[in-house]
Design a protein around this ligand. Sequence first.
Ligand SMILES: [Zn+2]
Length: 268
Amino acid sequence: MNYFFTGIGVSLIALLFASGCTQEQKEPKAIFRSKADERVPASAQANKVYPVYPWNDSDSPLKAITKEFLRCKGSSLNPPYIIYENGKEKDRIWDCGGFERHGLPVRNGQEYIYPVLLELLNFVQSSLQKRVIVTSGHRCPSHEQYIDEKHKTASTKHLIGGAVSFFIEGYETQMDKVVQEIIRYYALNPLFSGKKEYVEFSRNPTSDTQTAAWANKEVLVKVYLPNEGRNLDNRHPFPYLDIQVRFDRELNKPVACLWQDAQTYLRK
Ligand SMILES: [Zn+2]
């Protein structure tokens, strides 16, 4: 598929180059960029202003982790995921339009990521003095389906801004130390003083990791080894952590996520 697209790209460039040399006085022809099942003239994209990268806002090597880092990592440039049945193509699943086309989940009229996720990422980054690399934050329904079609009818808290996958530069082989920092966040925070359900973590076996997960009342922390939990967002060779929010302190109730609760939050 990649070769196919590359071939078209090269042909298109060659064609443009040729037409530029020989037909300078003619009206420029519309250039179309293939996008899912629609076609968008290249001219419509030309003046688009892209947001700055979230890590461009200061000179410090460690940037505060904001919700910007957790935007859906889908892209309309990704090729379709093709499902075959009996050797024949049955269906094509396309990725979403990425952060340009939709925002984060919305709560009380504002884009929302569970605050504890950002607090934990910033605490870990600050205490280890190494950069947090967020590999998967919010996943809109289209992107979730694209990266893992088995989740079609299941639920993941990535859909509602209640989960994050990440690793720490330099700690790729020391995931236990990162987990210990997460536990330390609860031990040091006066908010949880004397609250055993937050300070004490239990170990829970999981169906998709060799390593038992760590859990307190608020979060579940899983470690994925290099041969586990790979999807399009996590196609790097490193082990990574996934934090899911289990309990919503603000609403004082457990966090549940059903597929039908997730929406594609279009940008205004
Ligand atoms: Zn998306």
